[in-house]
Design a protein around this ligand. Structure first.
Ligand code: NAP
Length: 301
């Protein structure tokens, strides 16, 4: 006979002897909204699973990865600062994780740790769900880290004709541009340069979307100098950063009545993709979105 597991409180998944874990490793990790999103999905589906956050210091990452197999954890998400280094500790990785040079999602397949990266697909799904069409357009991506790599890949997959990478460190923009050029299709080109691109009227007048994939705005009150006024009224501004309030990148665009989005839908869809990879079933996206928006509101970020 299967005895239903006790629930600690409404909305939380049941914990019992059969409960299997999924998790996130980060440092810091206390601010992460992933536990709220994944646990809402387990609760909605009545699954005997739970998702917890572990603060893992960089020097303990290898031990933590070994614990995934030792404890039978089904899968872990990786966040700052582990995404890049963890790639070298895995039994295997998807082509996408290798292309992006980072894994944000690791599945335990009978003791083999397999890495994937759901950021680009998450952003692609977010952009599609928001009804933004990029086919044949020019996209300006600011930044050259892991988030920017995902943004460039998503833009190429969404059919952008020209993707321009602008970054403070031009050498990093160049390295990313060369790496992602390899997956550009016919009629698509990837260019790169410094932050002076944000004051190039010809470029800004041509862009369909500007994507902030830097960490500027996470702690800063102001975004970088950018000539928002040179963009077209239909230009879309997309920030990978998210918060309860409009981000510093979004604020000048809102004043100009441009369409703006923060990174919460990307976060949602990368989580939904990870949920499917970890658990092998379709994620309840609406319940996950509700939990994300509630947690974001409560976080006051
Ligand atoms: P990362 O690898 O550390 O890259 C950070 C980028 O920001 C680099 O291009 C860096 O330029 C630039 N930067 C930092 N400080 C700057 C400054 N003061 N002026 C100009 N540029 C500066 O970070 P990441 O992993 O790509 O993440 C970037 C952002 O995306 C983070 O805020 C992260 O939270 C967000 N993100 C969101 C999602 C989501 O699901 N919504 C997913 C992934 C990432 P240099 O190369 O010159 O150092």
């Amino acid at each position: 006979m299967v005895v239903p597991a006790p629930r600690l409180q409404p909305g939380l998944p049941a914990l019992c002897g059969r409960t299997r874990l999924t998790a996130i490793f980060g440092n810091p990790v206390g601010h992460s909204l992933s536990p709220a999103i994944h646990n809402a999905a387990y609760a909605a589906l009545g699954m005997e699973r739970a998702y917890v956050a572990f603060e893992v210091k960089p020097e303990h990452l290898r031990d933590a990865m070994r614990a995934v197999t030792a404890l039978g954890i089904l899968g872990v998400n990786l966040t700052v600062p582990h995404k890049v280094r963890a790639l070298r500790m895995l039994s295997g990785a998807s082509g996408e994780a290798r292309l992006l040079g980072a894994a944000n999602c690791v599945t335990n397949r009978r003791g083999r740790l397999l890495g994937d990266n759901t950021d680009a697909r998450g952003l692609q799904m977010a952009v599609e769900s928001l009804g933004v069409v990029l086919r044949g357009t020019t996209v300006l991506t600011i930044g050259a880290g892991g988030g920017a790599a995902a943004a460039v890949l998503a833009a190429l997959r969404l059919g952008a004709g020209r993707v321009v990478i602008a970054n403070r460190t031009v050498a990093k923009a160049r390295a990313l541009g060369l790496r992602l050029s390899a997956v550009a299709g016919p009629g698509q080109q990837v260019e790169w340069g410094g932050l002076d691109k944000l004051a190039d009227p010809a470029l800004l007048g041509d862009v369909a979307a500007v994507v902030n994939a830097t960490s500027v705005g996470l702690k800063d009150h102001r975004f970088l100098r950018c000539d928002y006024g040179a963009t077209q009224p239909q230009t879309v501004f997309y920030d990978l950063i998210y918060g309860a309030e409009p981000t510093p990148f979004m604020r000048p665009a809102i004043v100009l009545k441009r369409r703006c989005f923060d990174g919460r839908e990307m976060l949602l869809y990368q989580a939904a993709l990870a949920f499917r990879i970890f658990n092998g079933i379709e994620p309840p996206v609406d319940a996950m979105r509700l939990a994300l928006n509630e947690a974001l509101g409560a976080s006051g970020r």
